[in-house]
Design a protein around this ligand. Structure first.
Ligand SMILES: [Zn+2]
Length: 246
């Protein structure tokens, strides 16, 4: 195991709760090793290791006493190259940032059961373990088999306010970057990707697709910006909480 893998295993053991094994949470170290089955690309290792700790990041308002639930995409399986490791690291930085600003954050891990089944389990788990959650978010990045697809996109079902606030935060931060392409926010259809997750959420929800790993310029621009992306996401949550949530 590399040093990074050890670090990720520790983070998972510290913070991820099993969806399908409520009695066994948080994840123990042996389980965490199994979650981290896929190889982490070298570039990813560098990006993840160079991300600074969020302890010194400036104050973000509106988070005090708010409970936010994060689901790092593809725990335990699937996803684009390296995505599972990146998602868990991003979630972990976001959690630290939320907690440093007086909020509370729980990281949940999807069930091993088929996607259709786990939507209901997800909802029950949130209602039992995070009944006061005000934001429910699933973290991903995109990937296709060709390199021209690009842009960030945020999906919702129900209120568009949360996805809108996160999108605004992305636009504000990356407005001057050539790598920025805004695909906007999108209400998912009944059978769309992520539909079950968003539809079953007991509170405002969002599914993040911040960039395309399959696009070389987006990959090199965004991979190295873990801390910045975490902050941009949390600033978006803050805007939503201050303007729309009471
Ligand atoms: Zn994904």
């Amino acid at each position: 195991m590399t040093r990074l893998e050890k670090q990720l295993v520790k983070e998972m053991a510290d913070c991820l709760f099993y969806l399908d094994r409520p009695g066994a949470s948080p994840v123990d170290e042996e389980k965490a090793k199994k979650i981290l089955r896929d190889r982490v690309p070298k570039k990813m290792v560098k990006a993840i290791q160079s991300a600074p700790a969020p302890g010194s990041i400036a104050n973000i308002p509106g988070l005090a006493d708010k409970l936010i639930v994060l689901w790092p995409g593809h725990q335990p399986g699937g996803g684009t190259t390296g995505e599972r490791a990146w998602n868990i690291r991003l979630a972990s930085i976001m959690r630290d940032l939320i907690c440093a600003n007086g909020g509370e954050c729980k990281l949940f891990r999807h069930s091993l059961k088929p996607y259709g089944v786990r939507q209901n389990a997800m909802r029950s788990k949130m209602i039992s373990d995070a009944p006061n959650a005000v934001i429910n978010a699933e973290l991903h990045y995109n990937g296709v088999s060709y390199d021209s697809a690009h842009g960030h996109e945020f999906m919702f079902y129900g209120t568009p306010a949360l996805a809108g606030a996160v999108r605004d935060s992305w636009q504000a931060t990356f407005a001057h970057s050539k790598a920025r392409h805004d695909n906007g926010i999108r209400k998912v259809g009944e059978s769309d990707r992520g539909a079950g997750f968003l539809r079953k959420s007991p509170c405002a929800s969002i599914l993040h697709e911040p960039f395309f790993y399959s696009n070389p310029s987006e990959k090199s621009f965004y991979l190295a910006r873990l801390e910045e992306i975490a902050r941009v996401n949390v600033v978006g949550y803050s805007k939503y909480l201050m303007e729309f949530s009471h």
